[in-house]
Design a protein around this ligand. Sequence first.
Ligand SMILES: Cc1ncc(COP(=O)(O)O)c(C=O)c1O
Length: 539
Amino acid sequence: MLYGKIYGLKVTSLRLTNTYGPRMRIKDARQTFLGWWIRQVIEGEEIQVYGTGKQIRDFNFVDDVVDAMLRAAVEPKAIGEVYNLGGEPIGLADLAKLLIECNGTGSFRIVPFPREREVIDIGDYYGSYEKIRTHLGREPKVPLKDGLKRTLDYYKKFFTLLHLKRKMIVMIPQASPLSQFLSYKQEILEAIEKVLDSGQYILGPEVQAFEQEFAQFVGVRFGVGVASGTDALHLALRAVDVGPSDEVITVPHTAVATVAAIEMCGATPVLVDIDLDTYTLSPHRLETVITSRTKAIIPVHLYGHPADMEPILEIARRHHVFVIEDCAQAHGAMYQGKRMGSFGDLAAFSFYPTKNLGAIGDGGILVTDDPTLAEKVKLLRQYGWRQRYISEIPGWNSRLDEIQAAILRVKLRHLQEDNQRRRLLAEIYNQLLVNAPVVLPKERPGSCHSYHQYVIRHPQREELRAFLKKRGISTLVHYPRPIHLQPAYKGRLGDVGSFPNSEQAAREVLSLPLYPEMDEATVHTVAQAIIEYLEGKEK
Ligand SMILES: Cc1ncc(COP(=O)(O)O)c(C=O)c1O
């Protein structure tokens, strides 16, 4: 009113009651207590309703307030008028209940006013909007329930982002697919846009190109993109006709997917212990478990270290069994100058986002030099079709999609450089920890480790891990239980003590932070924290 007089403006006054909605103040109850309640309910705290819970207030969703303002601004007959902008009235306890219902969870408590406050309790307080309704045709459009839901949605997203941001600043991650996305963001977005514009989203030109490029990278002739690493293993086993009467040999210290794929064929997994230096299948023990039912061997190049392929292949050939490499962690790793995936009859790769070559979602590929096997896998991944809608053999749906293939093509261009960076960071860890009483990863002569994980061993692994966590360093354990001791397989594939090396690895291994975008200073921070922990133990 005053400004109107000073500047000669035409004025309409709107008297607002509680306005709420996205971007309202939620830090405290200064704008309206509803903001504070919204924060409490999202953070899982109990809402405290002061008074009897029966006092009535009314609420206007921010869009309805803006609507009223616009109507008043454009309507000449509103000039000089004063309008109340009452909203939807509701008792406070009912409001708390509605808010909890909209949030899906929460609780509230009625807290009586202390005696001295009772005298200043204003009781019911709500306005009418009758005048503005009749003058300007303004009717609130957003019911309280919808408005509360929209406000809660907004703040839930806001808190998630805030939480992530804080976590990223404070904690050193163990792996960071996000950093990798950010490194290649422009290229990735362009690749995705190209696919979106093409209108072809499944098994199109991107998948075909990626299959060729990846096969070439590995050094074999054929690649067949599938939906995951687990599917790649499963289809590889199917391609060599593994079925219920067969045994397939692998290790207990691996991702559960390796064994799950064998059981998906109805075959029996047979486990053989690992070599503790490289965490891969021990060839010395291999021959002792081969039987007339053995159909295939799956060596796993765990953490990016190649299994000892020469003796494994020699034994396999002698016994006429197939070799399927589990390369889920070994993109770009090498053995005697050749890339992993080029040794077995078939090899399976996973593109889980944290892998050395990771999709932004799930994905996998099978590679082989054998045209017949490649053809069979192609049939298996899509209902046994060579020709659309004609199933030559029983198959599944396990397709790699175009968007993932396009992303993988971008990342494949950087894989060698990323792997070199992993190796450099691993070397820095090695140098910094050389005198520390922990077991460091080894690289067998003639092998090139791709350091999917940098794994150390320590008998007090859990204590070390907790110490590092307190220092803001995330670590992981790959894997805390060998397969034969997992609840799902217990008693079927071995007992406690059956595979001592695998069991020791499961007790002691710790995967330190390692990803190509990590800087050298962070490696120093992690190594220094480990040294401090170990020095503390010596005292
Ligand atoms: C050794 C190993 N084998 C198989 C798999 C299965 O791959 P995916 O998760 O893509 O199904 C993984 C990945 O988790 C793995 O690390």
